[in-house]
Design a protein around this ligand. Structure first.
Ligand code: PSZ
Length: 475
């Protein structure tokens, strides 16, 4: 087994090789023949139509994913924005070869009831060391979606405690909830936004308002939806207009609270700092201050969904910290780049009785260890600064492209490397994504016509250059 030093030195050699690495396409088309055949075979087992290509994760390294046909592809999508350090980072590999990682892997604990001795220290070292300002409590979960759903459950618990004037449910609450009836199953709601995305399981799907095909045929909670501001770009030329757009959206939120007050009061409002799946829609700190104020007026929990924005891609560890809210949100959900999912919460939202937020694993110490190592690397290699610098290079380059090709690129927007721009149509976007892939650059789409960039935090100047050059040639 290789020690950390050997691995690091091996990685350094690989980095040297990789820093001179370029996209390399060896098949006539991407996906190549092996990928296409595997995709067909997978189709006999499950729906495989979303598969782009099959990857060789042993050969993938840093910012480059290698596919089964031997194509080396610059990855600007990073597994739906979930790879903080790129592929096969030696520090992560070393961490997973430790004795404790092996013990945890073969003896995965049910953390809610039998946590390991080093659990408190691990949570402290990993999740609490990066807790957003104003948070001291955190609950782990398995994925972003169940983090959202459980945070909302906590918001409902609290809302009902206050309504009842008692933290203990009454007999009538306990008996009626078994029949899914009020008052035990109360008539409460959660407000989410047009183009918001918060997951695809039965509960979270009612909050998600991106693609109809993901929702259709599934019974949904009848819950309110408010307008999210769709800003005009460039921002500096549309200040007054954007101010008006945000004021209107806030007025719509306030109105929605009033409308639902009598029949199905809004117990929680959930919002992404940047609507990601829905098209990279940004709003100003002022808008989010306004949302928090409305929530406070209505004793409604303010839930910030940082599943996609959290972990550094905006150049700050938590995107919502850029708003400088007068007080922290009530919940912040996370997953993706943090390896582990869960939610930070204010103490008042902690359920008092056991098992109300619970499942078999309620987290994963192995993922916690990966997070700790990732944080060490982020700090040691100043990766947030790398993101800020690369973000600037990308925005400058894309801005130049937008100026020279306004008929192709519009509404360039971004923070850090969390960048997007619009294309004239969905069809042109599909063509551009495919053309880029043929040249060995993998990008994703979001919203109806946008391209989104979601690289790993290690995406450096060289990668920015390759991306911009390839994009220019494909446009
Ligand atoms: O299809 C896609 O591009 C996907 S699949 C999952 C996501 C995008 N996003 C996950 C997500 C998110 O972006 C936000 C803001 N909230 C919740 C979720 C759900 O997280 P997971 O996928 O971990 O359950």
């Amino acid at each position: 087994m290789m020690g950390l030093r050997q691995l690091t030195s091996k990685f350094c050699q690989q980095s040297i090789r990789l820093s001179s690495a370029m996209p390399r396409v060896v098949t006539e088309v991407v996906p190549g023949p092996k990928s296409q055949e595997m995709k067909q075979t997978l189709g006999n087992i499950q729906n495989s139509t979303a598969v782009n290509f099959f990857a060789d994760y042993e050969k993938s390294q840093g910012n480059y994913i290698v596919d089964v046909d031997g194509n080396q592809i610059l990855d600007v999508f990073a597994q739906i924005s979930s790879m903080p350090l790129g592929y096969n980072h030696p520090a992560l590999i070393a961490a997973m070869q430790s004795k404790s990682a092996i013990t945890t892997t073969v003896n995965r604990p049910a953390l809610g009831i039998f946590p390991p001795a080093d659990f408190i220290q691990s949570v402290d070292d990993a999740l609490l060391s990066i807790a957003p300002k104003g948070f001291t409590r955190v609950q782990q979960m398995a994925c972003g979606t169940c983090s959202v759903e459980n945070a909302l459950k906590c918001a409902f618990f609290k809302y009902r405690d206050i309504e009842r004037g008692d933290e203990q449910p009454r007999e009538i609450d306990l008996s009626s909830c078994m029949m899914n009836q009020a008052p035990g199953s109360p008539s409460l709601s959660v407000l989410s936004f047009k183009s918001g995305f918060h997951g695809r399981t039965l509960g979270s799907l009612s909050l998600t308002r991106t693609k109809a095909l993901h929702k259709v045929d599934v019974p949904a909670f009848d819950w309110p939806c408010a307008d999210f501001p769709i800003l005009k770009y460039p921002l500096e030329e549309n200040v007054a207009e954007n101010d008006r757009i945000e004021e209107e959206a806030l007025a719509n939120v306030a109105e929605t609270f009033q409308l639902w007050k009598q029949t199905k009061p809004i117990a929680a409002l959930i919002v992404e700092p940047i609507q990601a799946e829905g098209g990279d829609n940004h709003a100003s700190p002022k808008f989010f201050h306004g949302l928090q104020k409305i929530c406070k007026e209505h004793k409604c929990a303010f839930v910030v969904d940082e599943v996609q924005t959290g972990g550094g891609p905006t150049g700050q560890f938590w995107a919502h910290e850029a708003w400088n809210l007068p007080s922290p949100p009530d919940f912040v959900t996370f997953s993706k780049k943090l390896h582990i999912a869960g939610f930070y919460f204010q103490k008042q939202f902690e359920p008092l009785q056991s098992y109300r937020v619970f499942n078999t694993w309620v987290g994963d110490p192995l993922r916690l260890a990966l997070l700790k190592t990732t944080l060490d690397v982020i700090r040691k290699d100043s990766l947030l600064e790398v993101v800020q610098k690369s973000g600037k290079t990308l925005m400058d380059g894309l801005n130049t492209l937008q100026t020279s090709k306004p008929e192709s690129i519009s509404r360039l927007r971004g923070k850090g490397t969390f960048i997007a721009f619009d294309l004239p149509s969905e069809e042109i976007r599909a063509k551009l994504i495919s053309a880029m892939l043929q040249k060995g650059v993998l990008m994703g789409g979001c919203g109806v016509t946008a391209i989104r960039m979601r690289p790993a935090l290690i995406f450096g100047q060289k990668e920015c250059e390759i991306f911009l050059d390839t994009l220019e040639s494909c446009l």
